[in-house]
Write a protein that binds this ligand. Sequence first.
Ligand code: AMP
Length: 509
Amino acid sequence: MTTFAELGLDPKVLSAVSDAGYTAPTPIQAGAIPPALEGRDVLGIAQTGTGKTASFVLPMITLLGRGRARARMPRSLVLAPTRELAAQCAENFDIYAKKTKLTKALLIGGVSFKEQDALIDKGVDVLIATPGRLLDHFERGKLLLTGVQIMVVDEADRMLDMGFIPDIERIFQLTPFTRQTLFFSATMAPEIERVTNTFLSAPAKIEVARRASAAENIEQAVICYTASRKDRQAKEKRELLRALIEREGEGCKNAIIFCNRKTEVDIVAKSLKAHGYDAAPIHGDLDQSQRTRTLESFRDGKLRFLIASDVAARGLDVPAVSHVFNYDVPSHAEDYVHRIGRTGRAGRDGKALTICVPYDEKWLTAIEDLVEKKIPRVESPLKSGSEDRGNRSRRNKRHEGDAEAAAAPAVQAAPESPERSEEPRESARPPRNERRPERSERTERSESQDRNKPQSRHQSPRRSGGRGHRDEPVVGMGDHMPAFLLRSFKPRTEAEPAAADEPVEQNAE
Ligand code: AMP
């Protein structure tokens, strides 16, 4: 087995790695560090959780050990798709460069620039940034990228999802042609392939096993669930989530709960809070200081449930997350791999539970195709739309009604709030022996009603004036209607003698 000492890293870096408690490099580290130290471009195909951050941070620190930064001209650049990932890279630099004199700045949205500006003005060795923020700064003339010797693109596939590829291409063009590029992506979409073909020069390609297939320490399961009624799906899913958390018991020390939409993140967080769970949301629309606070308290173990969107939680490195719940099946199969990779980190065991409603089944199939295995199905702690759910709900009616009312936004409240919809559906139906009119009858009836407005449906032809209403079907006679009821009552003139087989009109009166 390779050791860190064999990789050619600076002794100060080795000492910091050892202080961090890491004894052996991970496969991406063992594969990427040697060519990076040789000054070669590197294309790393690896997920978060594989140790890929250190695979570029450690050689960068070693390489930057020689030389000094100049004002406004960072010597290296790390681009990350989200603020959280950028902040995480910065933390990694702090850990591994603690025994060196290297300086760094962090350029991300939502935080005050004053301090970072001052650092950049003075000159930094490492600049870590999100692409948009970096370009903002560049355009304001605060920064020169011509001194960049090493450029890192982290999570390129996420950059692609977020529409950052044009920004990345522009940044590439602003840096010197001679720079070294370390490029990381979990997948190689055609667009990413194109970028790497354009901007990387004969890279060393290191591909490590997909985390989903490699991470045997993550127990995965799917809970297929059909709501009792479509308009109750959202509420029942939240109920199911709570039941799953309860079923995990003490083992569920903390969890990240993923939702596909930001609005859902807020609703689920509010609902859990209203039900007495220690929960908080994190997504891109929240203020940065709030995001940072939430993340810190989750990291410190003060917050038990973090409800997150994919973007906000992508690449988050919280070592001890016992559970990941997919409240929704992610619509991009790769996101599943990223999501479950938030648990089972640093050799710990983890559990990933995914709720799948019928609409999401196609996405589940795509995930299973990607990870090349069938994810075990486990029973739902709730029975789909069954009476026992109804009873339970009635038992908790008061409490739940209050909590859900607090959690659900006004638009959600309409279909979800009426507790009486817990009643068995049958009661709303007509008695079984009451025949529903055939389509033609229904049409006829409504036409007839229209014609005779304001006549009530229950008015008899006699009460409504007799003639002109005989076309109405007679309710209660079944499909058969005696022929005489359909006959015209027009009085016959003498010029029209009755046919021999016709009854005399007057007899019918
Ligand atoms: P990353 O893929 O960079 O997000 O890292 C995933 C996790 O692995 C982080 O918690 C790192 O601190 C940890 N890690 C990095 N390198 C090693 C290593 N060589 N051995 C064990 N854990 C590591």
